[in-house]
Every structure is written in structure tokens, then in C-alpha cells.
Ligand binder design. Sequence first.
Ligand SMILES: NC(=O)c1ccc[n+]([C@@H]2O[C@H](COP(=O)([O-])OP(=O)(O)OC[C@H]3O[C@@H](n4cnc5c(N)ncnc54)[C@H](O)[C@@H]3O)[C@@H](O)[C@H]2O)c1
Length: 260
Amino acid sequence: MSGKLENRVAVVTGGGRGIGATICGRFAEEGALVGVMDIQDEAAQQVAEEIRGSGGQAIAVACDVTDQGDVEQAADQVEQKLGPLAIWVNNAGVSYILPFLECTERIWDQTLEVNLKGAFLGCQAAIRRMLPRNRGVIINMSSQSGRVGNSHYAAYCASKFGVIGLTQSLAVEFAGEGIRVNAICPGVVRTPMWDTQIEDYARKRDLQPGEVMPYFASKIPMGRIGKAEEVARVAVFLASDDADYITGQAINVSGGAVMH
Ligand SMILES: NC(=O)c1ccc[n+]([C@@H]2O[C@H](COP(=O)([O-])OP(=O)(O)OC[C@H]3O[C@@H](n4cnc5c(N)ncnc54)[C@H](O)[C@@H]3O)[C@@H](O)[C@H]2O)c1
């Protein structure tokens, strides 16, 4: 039985761990040839090795998504080794939770650089290469914080709202060229991203770190936080021909926490 992404070349930025690594694995299971891009080279290597170990095809490419030269070079490398790009997922992201007046210019810039400029550069690299074939799919990782503002989260929310604006703009601009552009808005998923910020969130709500995830779960209609696998399945759907008539959308994967 062939997979939904058979022989399609797919890039996933921030593919070295967390949601990105899970998307890489699911894409490979569906037959895609995966370029695992991450600023953490070793992590990307490990994900690519695991995929190859399970019979899939993948290469690791070191890439800082905030650097245009790096992104273009990484895209070239993927095309040289795997073939013409069909799918590009802008998933790399960073997140800081802190009171607005403590948000330094550096934290603001870094958040916007990775989350929004990184998606901009990834979209340019992908679209340039997809246009000659009039075919391609881009998925941008936004967040439920791209739909609803949240305290102590100004830079992150600004970046993730921006990702949806970028997604809609490109969806319109390239709909006639066979390129679909969509976003995914996950709710809370327990990935390594939370290792560094669970204490910051605990402070914000006056909780113990161990109480943070149960607190989130209690606020979600489905009563639990999300799984990376659940986000990856939506990425497979959006990347596949099943989503042929879907562009410019931002899909919430949040157990009902956000409904618009
Ligand atoms: N985990 C959640 O609760 C959650 C919720 C909503 C949205 N998201 C979004 O999903 C995406 C993945 O999140 P995650 O939880 O898996 O995070 P994570 O921190 O576990 O993984 C992020 C990956 O991005 C890579 N990365 C960071 N900066 C980079 C750069 N400049 N260039 C290339 N790679 C870089 C990291 O090395 C890491 O491997 C992010 O965009 C995040 O904002 C996460």
C-alpha cells in the first residue's frame, strides 16, 4: 500500500525534536523523502537516522532559519540529495513566558526572528523552488497563541498571529500557481519546549511546576493536553492531496480550547 506522500520531498524546519521530529517521522511513514532541518545538527542527524533505521528516507541538514543564506543553501542541499521540493513545513520556533515589561528587546527580536522571519525565509526558499513546477504545499506552525492573546506572551503571540497573516497572504498570492499555504495552531503539547518554560508558567499562575500541565488540561474541553502525533496527523493531511482544495486556513488542534 502506498502512503499519502509517496516520493514527495518534504522539509521540516525545527525537525530535530518535539512536534517537528514527530512530523518528520509521520511524513516518512507516508512515503515522503524528508529533509530534517534544525539548528541543532546532532538532533537532526538522530531523527534522520531513526527514520532510515525504520526503512524510510531522510537526511539531516543543519540550518538556522533566521539566516537567509543558510536557508537557501539548506534548500539546495535537500533538492540535490532528495529531488525537487514538494512540501515545506516552517515549524522551528522559540517561546518565552514573561511579564511584558520584562520582555527585553533581545527576547522580542529573537522570538520574531525565529518564529516569523524564519517562516518568511522558509516560504521564500520553498516558493522559489516550487513555482517552476506549479505545485507545492507549505505548512506554517502557528499556535493557539496565534488566535487569542495571552498575558506574559506578547512576543510569542505577536509572532504567531504574524504567521497566520503571512499564511493568508501567500495563500492568496500563489493559489493560482498551484501552491497551497496553510497553518496549524496547536494547543499545549508537552515537548522539550516546555522544559525551559514550565517554571515561568508556574510563576505566572502561582502554581508548582508539576501542577502546570494538569492546570492546562483542566481548561481544555477535551480534558487533556495534545500529543505531537495529533499535530503531525494534521500536517500529513494538509500536505496530502486529501487537502487539495484547502488553502489559507489555520487549523486549530487544541481539544476545543480555541474555536475560531
Ligand atoms: N509545544 C507546544 O505546546 C506548542 C504549542 C503551539 C505551537 N507550538 C509550535 O510548534 C513548533 C514546534 O514546537 P515544539 O514544542 O516542538 O518546540 P521544541 O522547542 O521542542 O522544538 C523546536 C525545534 O526548533 C529548533 N529551532 C529553534 N530555533 C531554530 C532556528 N533558528 N533554526 C532552526 N531550528 C531552530 C530547535 O532546535 C528545536 O529542535 C514551534 O513553532 C512552536 O511555537 C508548540
